[in-house]
Design a protein around this ligand. Structure first.
Ligand SMILES: [Zn+2]
Length: 214
């Protein structure tokens, strides 16, 4: 691998992480517009996590906050595909093409309805209108755990250790959010009223592109 390839690889890493940050800012700024502060945005090897204080977020707000991240990623993908088209190369082996595909992957992956990923939050918010918050969260968390197991099986059979980490993370996040929902919306336990509220966790995963990324 020559020095130029190494530089391009590094630039790609920086661009993907900047894209992850932009995705998380999509969530955070939308939440802030509704008066919900973000405590921190973490960058992890498995992606980014925005910890938003969503204690009193309505279902509609949760829906829009969840959609805002993938929307940013779709817009970035569109922008990079446009830049790539101008330079005449949108294949994943070109720099612009790789960044565009990475953003498309981030948007699509996060819309998988696996709570507490973005798609799962959308699913939960839609269910909550019909079934109430507690039941909706329980169902969304159960679906999230099934997805976590599926990711885990896939990770082990295809030899992707980071995905195994993500699967474990999703499992425990779904579990803890379901437990928080029981405390928050729970069956009338007067001692556990006044929630400090669940903290939103938003997960995104870097896409492992071919050619550019290992
Ligand atoms: Zn997201």
């Amino acid at each position: 691998m020559g020095p130029l390839a190494v530089l391009l690889g590094l630039a790609f890493l920086v661009a993907v992480f900047a894209s992850v940050v932009a995705h998380e800012f999509g969530h955070a700024l939308t939440a802030r517009a509704y008066g919900h502060p973000t405590r921190q945005i973490l960058l992890l090897p498995i992606g980014g996590v925005a910890q938003i204080d969503g204690s009193y977020m309505t279902n509609r707000q949760e829906l829009l906050v969840a959609l805002a991240g993938p929307l940013v990623s779709f817009l970035l993908a569109g922008a990079f595909f446009t830049f790539g088209a101008v330079t005449g190369d949108v294949s994943p082996s070109s720099f612009l093409g790789a960044v565009a595909w990475a953003n498309l992957g981030i948007a699509a992956f996060n819309l998988v309805p696996a709570f507490p990923m973005d798609g799962g939050r959308v699913f939960r918010a839609l269910l909550a209108d019909r079934l109430g918050n507690l039941r909706a969260t329980e169902i969304a968390a159960a679906v999230g755990k099934i997805a976590a197991v599926a990711f885990g099986v896939y990770a082990f059979t295809s030899g992707r250790p980071l995905m195994a980490v993500l699967a474990a993370f999703l499992w425990f996040a779904a579990d803890s959010e379901a437990a928080m929902a029981v405390r928050r919306f729970g069956r009338g336990d007067p001692d556990i009223d006044a929630p400090r509220g669940p903290v939103r966790r938003v997960v995104i995963v870097r896409r492992v592109g071919r050619g550019f990324w290992n």
